[in-house]
Write a protein that binds this ligand. Structure first.
Ligand code: NAG
Length: 262
């Protein structure tokens, strides 16, 4: 079976910056009305700039360089923790993260007050540092193949966050894994997945993940959720969106919110 490589030429265009008032020609005979108008426009631009900047610590350029590099969604989860806290509130008390590089996410989550965190690493843990080894020794991070039922009871966690791992699963395995996430959580499932055309699958990944990542579009995902009776959590999606705008946070991964099984 031949699989065409994802379109590498396609790039996520990151525009969105204010169209600059490039050149304001100073006319020799400018009317007073015009100068007043310019002052007003200037003031408005200043206000817009200040307000959008307050609280936001992620600059456009920073986000862009993440896009350019092979930034993983595990990194994106860490950046999104304040937004997730705003969105999920109490459901951030008992969090399970699943995905490559889970140790880094779990360590970050454990720094939050009133948050217990666990991690599932879907692939081999090689070259890990002492902190990660420590988490594994304590049983906080486990290695488990996500193609099989997860070693946890129903509703073990208030929130389950998954990053990157789904991009490496075919629909056949997604059919097994996603319901598992809905089963072991009680307050929701958050999915971070790559945008199509955003990253190139690295050859080195192949041996580890078994297959190249397949980045699917949001239309694909939404259709998939519908077909599999996985309900999107619209209230959470809305809260997440609002908190993101407030903090000028622009995720470089797609973020989906699903409901847990009742
Ligand atoms: C996944 O599950 C859906 C819904 O039950 C089904 O329609 C689809 O054929 C399944 N896909 C695979 C590849 O098994």
């Amino acid at each position: 079976m031949s699989r065409r490589p994802g379109n590498p030429a396609r790039r996520v265009a990151e525009g969105g910056s204010l169209p600059f008032v490039g050149s304001v020609h100073s006319k020799s005979r400018s009317s007073p009305l015009l100068s007043i108008g310019l002052v007003v426009v200037g003031a408005i631009l200043l206000i817009v700039y200040c307000c959008s900047g307050s609280g936001g610590h992620i600059s456009e350029r920073e986000a862009f360089s993440k896009l350019e590099g092979s930034g993983s969604c595990a990194l994106e989860v860490q950046r999104a923790i304040p937004i997730l806290k705003k969105t999920y509130g109490d459901s951030m008390r008992k969090v399970m993260h699943l995905g490559p590089d889970t140790c880094s996410v779990v360590l970050k989550l454990l720094k939050e007050e009133e948050t217990e965190a666990w991690g599932v690493e879907p692939y081999d843990l090689d070259d890990v540092d002492a902190n990660c080894k420590n988490l594994v020794r304590k049983g906080i991070v486990r290695v488990a193949d996500v193609k099989f039922p997860l070693p946890y009871r129903a509703k073990s966690f208030s929130l389950v966050i998954i990053s990157d791992a789904l991009d490496y699963l075919s629909p056949r395995y997604l059919n097994k894994t996603l319901p598992e996430l809905a089963r072991v959580s009680s307050g929701g499932v958050v999915i971070f997945s790559g945008y199509p055309g955003q990253r190139k699958a690295k050859v080195a990944d192949l041996s580890k993940f078994g297959r190249p990542a397949k980045f699917r579009s949001s239309t694909w995902w939404i259709r998939y959720f519908l077909q599999n009776s996985l309900e999107e959590n619209e209230a959470a999606a809305k809260k997440f969106e609002q908190a993101s705008v407030k903090r000028s946070y622009k995720p470089t991964c797609q973020v989906f919110h699903l409901k847990s099984y009742r």
